[in-house]
Design a protein around this ligand. Structure first.
Ligand code: ADP
Ligand code: NA
Length: 329
């Protein structure tokens, strides 16, 4: 087992989608065998945009079941719920003093969220990257498996850690974004517009919980055109996105076949989407079935979270002891 500590998290705000899976969860599963790992269901982060907590417990159980169904093993990592580890809140408070309002206001994700939630621009939204830094630094983590959309938050976590170290002494490593491939992943949306996310367009996002027929329907609705007219035409974004999705779930041979067809101007997008739909179904349905079964066993899910919180708090308390000493508190 390597020495670098890993920290990752996903918000339990709904169903997990393919972006969460390929940006974060797939890396979590691979990393649990090689590194000491902390993985968290970020329920406190959910409160910034989802203050109504009626559905939160259910969502936590479902998302936890989806983590387990994807292959996370609670004996190989600390798998916990953020609000169970109270030390997070204390570190968040100290780190707020290391965070600059000007920098936070410039974060693109803050601007996006203001646009999406104009009736609830709370300061938790603004300080979201500070809470994220607290999650990571609480375990003095080095590696943070995230999708491309989180790159800038990681830079802020490094700035915050650097300021703390500069003022109070060397306590925190400077964490970096991590993906097993060479680059961070951005899973595109099926409507050709930006990244896949919990979206208002019900056909743009593939969820790990989608039934087979819905997966097929969503893929078949993806935008295409009549195909390239000349060999080796650059792909428009919506076509490039279909290829990107195909690379995630189809075999290299299948991808190569359609690339060749594209370049020879013989591609039939109907066939390509049918193939992509079947490969998606084969990828998603075993995870969906497993998650549905695990989700029934709420006693087991609670046990996993209790065990995870115990492990996470041992690490958190050790860090907070060092932090308070460094700060002279
Ligand atoms: P969401 O953006 O759906 O609310 P979170 O903010 O909780 O989800 O993000 C959880 C993880 O999923 C993060 O590591 C994020 O980078 C990753 N992620 C979300 N959407 C995508 C995507 N389209 N492509 C790659 N990674 C993604
Ligand atoms: Na995100």
């Amino acid at each position: 087992v390597k020495k670098e500590i890993v920290m990752g998290g996903i918000r339990p705000t709904g169903f997990l989608h393919l972006g969460n899976y390929f940006g974060a969860l797939r890396n979590f599963v691979r990393m649990q065998d090689e590194y000491p790992c902390f993985f968290m269901l970020a329920d406190l982060h959910s409160l910034t945009t989802h203050p109504d907590t009626k559905e939160l417990k259910n969502n936590i159980h479902r998302v936890l079941a989806e983590h387990l169904a994807s292959g996370l093993n609670p004996d190989k990592c600390a798998l916990y719920c953020q609000s169970h580890v109270f030390e997070t809140a204390e570190l968040y408070l100290y780190l707020n003093m290391m965070s600059m309002v000007g920098e936070l206001e410039k974060t693109p994700t803050f601007k996006d969220k203001v646009r999406q939630h104009p009736q609830n621009v709370n300061s938790g939204l603004l300080t979201y990257p500070v809470l994220q830094a607290a999650d990571i630094l609480l375990h003095r983590a080095h590696l943070v498996p995230v999708g491309k959309d989180q790159e800038q938050h990681l830079e802020m976590a490094r700035n915050i850690a650097g300021r703390f170290n500069h003022r109070y002494g060397d306590v925190f490593p400077e964490p970096v974004a991590f993906n097993f491939g060479s680059e961070l992943v951005k899973v595109p949306s099926l409507d050709g517009a930006g990244k896949m996310s919990k979206s208002e367009n019900q056909y743009a996002t593939l969820y790990l919980s989608d039934p087979d027929d819905l997966i097929r329907k969503k893929v078949m609705k993806a935008t295409t055109d009549s195909g390239p007219k000349e060999p080796n035409t650059p792909k428009p974004d919506y076509i490039e996105n279909l290829f990107l999705l195909m690379k995630l779930v189809s075999t290299p041979e299948v991808v190569q076949k359609f690339e060749a067809d594209y370049n020879a101007c013989t591609i039939r997008y109907g066939d390509m989407k049918k193939q992509l739909a079947e490969d998606m179904v084969n990828f998603i349905s075993p995870i969906r079935e497993k998650a549905a079964a695990i989700q029934q066993d709420t006693e087991y899910l609670k046990k996993v979270m209790v065990q995870g919180a115990e492990k996470a708090r041992v690490s958190a308390q050790a860090t907070m002891k060092v932090v308070r000493e460094a700060m002279g508190l």
